[in-house]
Design a protein around this ligand. Structure first.
Ligand SMILES: [Zn+2]
Length: 309
């Protein structure tokens, strides 16, 4: 039986290929085991130099429709969130993700292939405890009609997510997921989605070039255009919860706390991480209670919040 507290990596290399949702490019990724405290590092193997990009919120260069990370030499990889969510859910901390193009394959629009691939390949427990922190006081952020807060909860991460869509089918879906639960299948199999009437707008902005009914739920008024409909009743909000844990992996920590969010999304999640770490730095240890055996947590908190650094 593996301990939840120790860092983990994948047992053997694992490969995926497919199309990128937004750029439409085909890409291959190879997830390789990595040593303790590596974190998740992307390696753009189609780029000769300066091709490593650490999956950290400080490296987020865009959170419009997907999460894109960029290193200091302007080498980037986009739509990292569903792959990162699969690492969150399977407990993976340290891997190198080789990629031969600019965007992670969207697969079926969820994290299903990634999570199942990791479980089938196997997970190795490492010798160092996970980088974890407990928040001691509630912290929140409001941007327009969007809201997120994080409050103390010693026992892992709980996410209470509420959508607020004018569309009748998506509507006001709400779900509460405790990531200590073993059964997270409804979260990791939930697909990305969009409204039919937004597709042209999104494409005009240069996004969704690889989008199709094979990798996204499309809702047109009161109808779901995908054959077979939804995979679970709360698929829309469950996908947003998946996005949130993928983005939260960019903190570099496992955050113990209860998240409550209304209308959350990539931009709100990343802005919240910036605020969270900013307040931790300003107020020193007020917000952070390092877990037992986990030294140097305060010192490891990033001391710069430059976006696109
Ligand atoms: Zn997503």
């Amino acid at each position: 039986m593996m301990s939840k507290n120790f860092q983990k990596t994948i047992s053997k290399p694992l490969e995926f290929e497919g199309v990128g949702l937004h750029t439409g490019v085909k890409s291959k990724i190879k997830i390789r085991p990595a040593s303790e405290n590596t974190g998740v590092v992307f390696e753009r193997i189609d780029v000769k130099k300066n091709n490593l990009i650490l999956a950290n919120f400080k490296n987020v260069s865009s959170s419009v429709l997907c999460t894109k990370i960029t290193n200091s030499k302007n080498v980037s990889v986009s739509t990292v969130e569903h792959l990162l969510a699969s690492f969150y859910i399977t407990g993976i901390d340290n891997v190198i993700v080789e990629i031969d193009n600019i965007e992670v394959p969207i697969m079926d629009g969820s994290s299903k292939d990634f999570v199942e691939g990791i479980y089938n390949t196997g997970i190795d427990e490492q010798t160092v405890v996970k980088n974890t922190f407990n928040i001691e006081k509630k912290i929140d952020l409001k941007i327009d009609n969007k809201f997120i807060s994080l409050e103390p909860n010693d026992n892992g991460l709980v996410v209470d997510f509420k959508l607020n869509y004018k569309n009748d089918i998506i509507g006001n879906q709400r779900n509460v997921i405790n990531f200590n639960d073993k059964e997270l299948k409804d979260v990791y199999t939930s697909r990305t989605f969009c409204l039919f009437e937004d597709i042209e707008k999104i494409k005009k902005l240069g996004f969704a070039k690889g989008g199709s009914l094979d990798n996204a739920i499309v809702v047109k008024e009161n109808e779901i255009l995908n054959i077979g409909g939804l995979r679970n009743k709360l698929e829309f909000v469950n996908h947003k919860i998946l996005d949130l844990v993928g983005d939260f992996l960019l903190s570099g920590y496992r955050i113990n706390g209860k998240v409550t969010t209304i209308e959350g999304g990539h931009n709100l999640s990343i802005s919240f991480l910036q605020k969270l770490f900013n307040e931790i730095i300003i107020k020193k240890e007020v917000f952070v209670k390092p877990i037992k055996n986990s030294k140097n947590i305060i010192q490891k908190v990033p001391n710069q919040l430059a976006v696109n650094s």
